[in-house]
Write a new protein. Structure first.
Ligand code: ZN
Length: 179
């Protein structure tokens, strides 16, 4: 009996490891889109279900892969976040990260405003946020971008802190022209 349980455990572990290495698009693995130091440290389950994996695939195919093809290596700092993980890091459980529809990322050596403008002009996104970007500091902040199969809002925002609060303002022209 004990032996049987162990075999089952090993098989389960192998399946999980294989699944993590699974590619969602040419250059993005499932592992990259779900990894979280906080989840590991706090023992939080951050595994998406089959439907959520399908959504992550769409996010990679429509947003991350085209960015990778144009700018080179993309550093994904946060992709899918389970509700439990959202609570642990003080992020909203209603966030598109929890629905497997959004990722935060940067491209090494590329100004985040330039990256935001390129996505705006070339990709069909749901919401694109230039997060905590300080004009004149190319490395400041990061990009948050979401994708949904239907009803995309094409909302383009700048998130910044003011009086200790996060504020969102639509970017009407170019992110590069923000002052
Ligand atoms: Zn985000």
């Amino acid at each position: 009996m004990l032996c049987f349980i162990n075999v089952e455990k090993i098989v389960k572990k192998c399946i999980t490891e294989k699944k993590l290495k699974m590619n969602l698009s040419r250059n993005f693995s499932l592992q990259e889109l779900i990894k979280s130091d906080t989840a590991v440290r706090k023992g939080i389950d951050n595994n998406p279900n089959a439907d959520q994996i399908e959504k992550l695939k769409l996010l990679c195919e429509n947003i991350l892969q085209p960015v990778r093809d144009h700018f080179g290596r993309v550093k994904v700092t946060s992709g899918y976040r389970s509700v439990e993980l959202c609570m642990a890091i003080g992020s909203s459980a209603n966030s598109q990260h929890a629905k497997a529809e959004a990722a935060d990322f940067e491209c090494m050596g590329t100004d985040n405003a330039e990256l935001a403008d390129w996505i705006k002009n070339n990709l069909d996104y749901d919401q694109l946020i230039l997060e905590y970007y300080t004009p004149g500091e190319p490395n400041s902040g990061w990009i948050h971008c979401s994708y949904i199969p239907e009803g995309r809002r094409a909302s383009f925002l700048h998130a910044f802190r003011q009086d200790g609060k996060t504020k969102y303002k639509p970017i009407l022209g170019k992110a590069k022209d923000l002052v």
